[in-house]
Design a protein around this ligand. Structure first.
Ligand SMILES: [Zn+2]
Length: 237
């Protein structure tokens, strides 16, 4: 068993967790199951969150990786069949209960790769901090004119799982207006009203090489956020 595998809940037993939880941070990837244009699968955000959680696990011995939360708040994508959403209120409640149940750990680090989770995530972490819990949320940042299934996410998927990208349809640009400009319509009428193919951005030019660069930037930012916050350090163990 390699070092990283032994720090996944999928590989651990409860006595093993009991022995290390107080000196560990539980890392929970948060994704979504929502349409990602005509060229990417529904699981993009979850796969990205899991990939980042994996990289954090390999980089920091204090991390223990939990299974992902694979459903999120995706109401704005409801106009596209296959999108499955639990809504903002349920997600907030889920996160509050989930983090409360992780009190054996020194803290909980939530890695969310879906922008639609942001508001309930912020409310949940505020509530949990007010309860005295050590919890931190982190999300990848990207350009405002390429927020969904565009060049960034297509490149990252080409790096992570190229066989999941429909190459022939990847050139279909969607709305490339800055997110802030289309947000009022998006909130009122959903993504379909601003982008009939479900893409916010332009996948043209996406590549696996660019995806690896993006992942590298994100993991640097993630590790910096983790290190500034973490209640336990590798040297403390
Ligand atoms: Zn996405």
């Amino acid at each position: 068993m390699s070092a990283d595998v032994s720090r996944r809940l999928s590989e651990l037993t409860w006595p093993e967790v009991a022995a290390r939880a107080a000196g560990s941070v539980l890392v929970v990837p948060l994704g979504a199951t929502e349409q990602h244009g005509p060229h990417l699968p529904f699981t993009v955000d979850t796969e990205i969150a899991v990939a980042l959680g994996d990289r954090l696990l390999r980089a920091r011995e204090t991390a223990v990786l939990a299974p992902a939360v694979t459903y999120g708040s995706s109401g704005e994508h409801a106009g596209f069949p296959g999108t499955l959403s639990i809504g903002q209120e349920a997600l907030e409640g889920l996160l509050v209960e989930l983090v409360r149940s992780a009190d054996a750990f020194a803290g909980v680090f939530l890695v969310s790769a879906h922008g639609g989770n942001a508001a309930p995530l912020r409310r949940a972490t505020e509530r949990l901090r007010n309860e005295g819990r050590e919890v931190r949320a982190w999300s990848p940042k990207g350009p405002a004119d390429d927020s969904h299934a565009g060049r960034i996410e297509t490149s990252v998927m080409l790096a992570l799982r190229p066989e999941a990208v429909r190459a022939g349809r990847a050139a279909a640009a969607g709305s490339t207006a800055p997110l802030a400009d289309i947000m009022p319509t998006l909130l009122r009428s959903g993504v379909r009203a601003v982008s009939p193919n479900g893409v916010l951005g332009d996948p043209t030019g996406a590549s696996a090489d660019e995806g690896l660069l993006v992942l590298g930037r994100w993991i640097d930012d993630l590790l910096a956020a983790y290190d500034v916050w973490t209640p336990v350090r590798d040297g403390d163990r």
